[in-house]
Design a protein around this ligand. Structure first.
Ligand code: FES
Length: 131
């Protein structure tokens, strides 16, 4: 049995060198508003909210993942939160217009972004070492 009805991970990752990231696209504002709206809806003790680092869809943030459903939302704005709370957390119906419906494509995107991030990190290290 899960301790919470839902557990939501909201990406607030900030990335260097103007790389796309949820922080630059309003991730912290979404996180703060989600906590406030859940409290108003009486779900503060039912829906656990945790910040997360990059979820891998950095160009399309702010991103969040909802468990135990395994629903990955992208491009979530503060204005979307009442619908997510009403439809998903209260009625159990994920908001289709915001979720990533193709898990194969989602995984490919995440792995490609992971490869890019590792290459960028190696390039930064090499530049710092004068290579
Ligand atoms: S920075 Fe949020 S998904 Fe990558």
């Amino acid at each position: 049995m899960e301790p919470f009805r839902y557990h939501v991970y909201v990406c607030t990752q900030e990335k260097p060198d103007d790389a796309p990231c949820c922080a630059a696209r309003g991730g912290q504002g979404v996180l703060d508003a989600l906590r406030a709206e859940l409290g108003k809806a009486g779900l503060g003790d039912e829906v656990q909210v945790t910040t997360s680092g990059s979820l891998g869809m950095c160009e399309r943030g702010p991103n969040m993942v909802v468990y135990p459903d395994g629903v990955w939302y992208s491009g979530v704005q503060v204005g979307d939160l009442p619908e997510i709370i009403r439809e998903h957390f209260l009625a159990g119906r994920p908001v289709m217009r915001l979720l990533n419906a193709d898990p194969v494509a989602l995984k490919a995107e995440i792995l490609e972004n992971k490869r890019k991030a590792i290459a960028a990190m190696k390039a930064r290290v090499a530049a710092q070492q004068g290579k």
